[in-house]
Design a binder for this molecule. Structure first.
Ligand code: FES
Length: 185
């Protein structure tokens, strides 16, 4: 007897024809792939999230810069902190190298002649001035603007000495006035 025209669904225990079963299997396979995709996607998001540093905005902004005796008299540029540290004997101050226009790093240019001046009511020897390579802002050696689009002076940051190991410490969240000096005994 030929199967042509025979309704096999009646023979199937589930009452589903092979065609219907195939379609359902296909659907379930796709569903499985879809669910797997969702799981992989969720896992990817989780692992990507793990690559993002868990930064706390309350994180300390103080950075140890090294032993004060290792700083030369004059100026030292610290690229990681984008900072100029000035030393005159036992006295230190730090000026930001971040241009106040759009944030490029300014460059120090040695003056042909040292300028003796008063900065923040205190005597200071200016040995450099600063130029911004991006749009040409120019700053005096104390960070005040000479010309260019920079809207204000370069920031001065608070310096201290670490109590545990005596290193120089800058606080990049603590701007100070131009009369700030750290003198080490
Ligand atoms: S970023 Fe320095 S002048 Fe524009």
């Amino acid at each position: 007897m030929s199967d042509h025209g025979h309704d096999v669904s009646k023979d199937s225990p589930s009452g589903v024809s092979p065609q219907d079963g195939g379609a359902r299997r296909q659907f379930l396979i796709r569903l499985g792939i879809g669910a797997g995709g969702v799981a992989i996607g969720a896992q990817s998001v989780a692992s990507l999230r793990s690559l993002v540093p868990n930064v706390s905005y309350d994180a300390p902004t103080t950075v140890k810069l090294g032993n004060p005796v290792d700083f030369p008299d004059g100026l030292k540029f610290l690229p990681d902190e984008r900072l100029f540290v000035f030393r005159t004997g036992k006295t230190f101050h730090a000026i930001s190298a971040v241009c106040t226009h759009l944030g490029c790093t300014v460059r120090a240019e040695a003056l042909s002649q040292v300028q003796e001046t008063q900065v923040g009511g205190q005597a200071m020897r200016l040995t450099h001035r600063f130029n911004c390579p991006c749009h040409g802002s120019r700053y005096n050696g104390d960070g005040t603007t000479i010309s260019g689009p920079a809207p204000k002076a370069l920031a001065w940051y608070h310096l201290s000495v670490a109590t545990d190991d005596g290193q120089l410490v800058v606080d990049l969240a603590h701007e100070v006035e131009h009369d700030f000096r750290l003198t080490i005994a």
